[in-house]
Design a protein around this ligand. Structure first.
Ligand code: NDP
Ligand code: 8X3
Length: 251
């Protein structure tokens, strides 16, 4: 079938994407910082689907780690057909005058710089084969800024802009670039944002039916299963009760 590389496969969208692509017969490269989860997923995918799995343990924020771990994978694994740039997070929810600069660094370094480091490593391999598909996970937060979302929204707006830039630059190499912008989805996202405060995390999804990680994985897969001459450039998906990053009809 081919090879798909998914960043942030230890939870949420990334894990659901890994299971979905493995179920379709793809060999998968899974990445993340939590080694035990990576190894457990590797075992699950190998046993359940009989595909090949390469588990890479690195922090996307660290350029040297990206180069040393991802940049040195065996030749056969470099024939990556699909790159899903998914690793990311929101840290905190604060007005700009009260925000934590550590949280800002974490979001900018992961959501923007991490995506760039991984892409910079993989794109030359795709370019040399004149093929490939890059999926960048943005957010409805890329399209509309909400109160206290300032820096998170800015990082996702950056993902939106970078996706447009990639699409232009990679046209000559016939590499597809798709930005997918999900709305509220119940994963570990809010637990990470609120630093383990379960009550705050649960509150986010009260009063409406949020997206699941599998909903997003299904759409990611759909975008990569179209005929070779068709590219979805930009796709916004929300729960039925959500109109945009601000309006959710909570009843
Ligand atoms: P989760 O918290 O469930 O998963 C995030 C994944 O990203 C984990 O596998 C985590 O792995 C990985 N990750 C985070 N930081 C790093 C890092 N520095 N290096 C490597 N991997 C990292 O969240 P989601 O699945 O919900 O989020 C996935 C993406 O979707 C993010 O980019 C998020 O911004 C975006 N998004 C989420 C929405 C939502 O409502 N849930 C809506 C719209 C977009 P590990 O900790 O093991 O490193
Ligand atoms: C994650 C969804 O609305 O919390 O991108 O920003 S939201």
């Amino acid at each position: 079938m081919g090879i798909v590389l998914i960043t942030g496969a230890t939870a949420g969208f990334g894990q659901a994407c890994a299971i979905t692509y493995a179920g379709k017969g793809y060999d998968v490269i899974i990445t993340g910082r939590r080694k035990e989860r990576l190894e457990a997923l590797q075992t699950q995918l190998t046993q359940e689907f009989g595909i090949n799995v390469l588990a890479l343990n690195f922090d996307v924020r660290k350029e040297e780690e990206v180069k040393a771990v991802l940049g040195t994978i065996p030749e056969d694994w470099r024939k990556i057909d699909i790159l899903v740039n998914n690793a990311g997070l929101a840290a905190g929810l604060s007005t700009i005058d009260e925000g934590s600069t550590d949280d800002w660094d974490a979001m900018i370094d992961t959501n923007v710089k991490g995506l760039l480091y991984v892409s910079r490593t993989v794109i030359p391999w795709m370019r040399s084969r004149t093929m490939g598909h890059i999926i960048n996970i943005g957010s409805t937060a890329a399209k509309l800024v909400y109160a206290k979302g300032n820096v998170y929204c800015a990082t996702k707006a950056a993902v939106d802009a970078i996706s447009q830039g990639m699409r232009i630059d990679l046209l000559p190499y016939r590499i597809k670039v798709t930005a997918i912008h999900p709305g509220a989805a119940e994963t570990e996202f809010s637990m990470v944002r609120f630093k383990g405060d379960e009550d705050k995390a649960k509150e986010v999804y009260k009063g409406f039916i949020p997206l699941t990680a599998q909903d997003v994985a299904d759409v990611v897969y759909y975008c990569t299963s179209l005929p070779p001459h068709v590219c979805i450039n930009d796709l916004v998906m929300t729960p039925l009760q959500q109109a945009n990053a601000y309006y959710i009809d909570k009843k």
